[in-house]
Design a protein around this ligand. Structure first.
Ligand SMILES: Cc1ncc(COP(=O)(O)O)c(C=O)c1O
Length: 398
C-alpha cells in the first residue's frame, strides 16, 4: 500500500520519547524529561524583537526560496568572522533547521547505488536521510573507550568504489565527541583525491566546553571547497528549535540543487523566522556564552552525581548537551534485558524520560539530556538512583 521506501525508514526515535513523556504528563504525572534534544533557555530578546517587528511590518509573505539576502549574508559573515572562511551569500541556502539542511544535501548529492559513510553512535536522521535518497549508509562505529572519537583510519577503510559521500557530525549527538582538525584533514585529503563529498553537520558548533581546536570549516574550505558542505542551525546555539532555521553552505551548484528541491517541497523558511534569525545573529552574542557556561556547569555536576553508582560509566563529552552513559553492567545487575526496557521502566515507574541507546545504534547506553534546570536534573538523578536501588544494592555496597 505504501511506497517501497517506507520499508527502509522509520520515524524519528528521539521524538518518540518526548511524545510518551507528554502523554504521561497529560495524565497528571510529574515527569522529569531528560529526553529533550532542545535547550531549556528562552530565545534571545534580539530574535523575538525582530520577529515581532516582522509581523507588525506585514513581513508575512513568501520570500526568495533560498532565504532573504540579509540572512544569507549574515550567515556567510558569521562563518567568516568565526572561522575565516569566505563563502558568498550565493553559497548559502536557508532551510527549515539543520534537519532540512542535511535532507536537501542528501537528496542533492546521493542516489541509488551510492554509499555514504557516517559514524555511530550517531544522530538517527543521518542514515535515514541517506536511505530516503535511495543510497546506502555505511556506518563506522566509534567506541566509549576512546571517547567516541571518529578515527580517520576507520572512515577511510570504509571507503569503496561506490562511496559518494562522508557525513561527519561534530560535536556529535549523542556522544558530544568532537573530531580534531587534524583527523578531519586526513579524511578530507583522501576524500578529495577520490572525488568524494564531505558533509559536516555543525548543528552544535557553539556548544563546545573544552579548549579544542575546532576550525573544521577552514579545514574543508582550504582543502576541498568544491567538494564539501557545511550545515548549521539556529536551534541549539540560540535556543530556537521551534522556529526552524538552519542552512547549507557549499558550492553554488549544490546550493542551487538544494534550492530546487526545497522549492518543490517547502519553499522558503517562514518569513518571520528568517527575521528572528537575523536578529539573533546580528544581536548581542553574550547569551550564547551564558548558555554555554550554564551547560558546562550542569554537565560536570550531573556527571558527578550519576557516577556515584560505579556501574554508570561515562565519558566526559566535549560538546553538545548530552551525557551518554554505558549502562550494560547495570542492565545485567538489574536483570533488565535492554536499554529500551530500562528506559521504558524508568519512565513508567520513576517518571524520568531518557532516550535509549538503541535510538542511536548503541544498545546498552542511555542518552541523558542536561538541557534542563539544575533542580530538575538533581531530582531526575535522585529518581534514577532510587529506581536502580529498587533492584537491590550495587554489588559490594550491601
Ligand atoms: C546532530 C544533529 N544534527 C542536526 C540536527 C537538526 O536540528 P534542527 O533541525 O533543529 O536544526 C539535530 C537535532 O537534534 C542534531 O542532533
Amino acid at each position: 500500500m505504501l511506497a517501497d521506501r517506507m520499508k527502509r525508514i522509520s520515524s524519528s526515535p528521539t521524538l518518540k520519547v518526548g511524545l510518551e513523556a507528554a502523554r504521561l504528563r497529560r495524565t497528571g504525572a510529574d515527569v522529569v524529561d531528560f529526553g529533550a534534544g532542545e535547550p531549556d533557555f528562552s530565545t534571545p530578546p534580539s530574535a523575538k524583537a525582530e520577529a515581532k517587528a516582522a509581523i507588525d511590518a506585514d513581513f508575512t509573505k513568501y520570500t526568495a526560496n533560498a532565504g532573504i539576502d540579509e540572512l544569507k549574508e549574515a550567515i556567510a559573515n558569521r562563518y567568516h568572522s568565526a572561522y575565516g572562511v569566505d563563502y558568498s551569500p550565493g553559497q548559502v541556502i536557508v532551510t527549515a533547521g539543520g534537519k532540512q539542511a542535511l535532507y536537501n544535501t542528501a537528496m542533492a548529492l546521493f542516489g541509488p547505488g551510492d554509499e555514504v559513510v557516517t559514524h555511530s553512535p550517531g544522530w538517527p536522521s543521518i542514515p535515514e536521510q541517506i536511505r530516503l535518497a535511495d543510497a546506502a549508509p555505511v556506518i563506522v562505529r566509534t567506541d566509549a573507550e576512546d571517547g567516541f572519537r571518529v578515527k580517520p583510519q576507520a572512515i577511510l577503510s570504509a571507503l569503496t568504489a561506490r562511496t559518494r559521500g562522508i557525513i561527519i557530525n561534530s560535536p556529535g549527538n549523542p556522544t558530544g565527541a568532537v573530531i580534531s582538525e587534524g583527523d578531519l584533514a586526513l579524511i578530507a585529503d583522501e576524500a578529495k583525491a577520490r572525488g568524494i563529498w564531505v558533509v559536516l553537520d555543525l548543528c552544535y558548533e557553539r556548544l563546545i566546553y573544552e579548549s579544542v581546536a575546532h576550525n573544521l570549516p577552514m579545514v574543508l574550505w582550504s582543502r576541498m571547497p568544491e567538494l564539501s558542505i557545511v550545515t548549521g542551525s539556529m536551534s541549539k546555539a540560540y535556543a530556537m528549535t521551534g522556529w526552524r532555521c538552519g542552512w547549507v553552505i557549499g558550492p553554488k551548484q549544490v546550493i542551487a540543487a538544494c534550492g530546487a528541491i526545497q522549492s518543490h517541497a517547502t519553499s522558503n523558511v517562514c518569513s518571520i523566522t528568517q527575521r528572528a534569525a537575523l536578529g539573533a545573529l546580528e544581536g548581542p552574542q553574550g547569551c550564547v556564552d551564558e548558555m554555554l557556561e550554564e551547560y558546562r556547569s550542569r554537565r560536570d555536576r550531573v556527571m558527578d552525581w550519576l557516577q556515584s553508582d560505579s556501574r554508570i560509566q561515562l565519558v566526559r563529552p566535549a560538546g553538545a548537551f548530552y551525557l551518554f552513559p554505558d549502562i550494560s553492567e547495570l542492565l545485567l545487575d538489574c536483570k533488565i534485558p535492554t536499554s529500551v526496557d530500562f528506559a521504558q521502566k524508568l519512565l513508567t515507574e520513576a517518571h524520568v524520560a531518557v532516550t535509549p541507546g538503541e535510538a542511536f545504534d548503541a544498545p546498552g547506553f542511555l542518552r541523558i539530556s542536561y538541557a534542563t534546570s539544575i533542580e530538575r536534573l538533581r531530582e531526575g538523578v535522585d529518581r534514577i538512583h532510587k529506581f536502580i536501588r529498587s533492584f537491590g544494592p550495587a554489588p559490594g555496597t550491601a
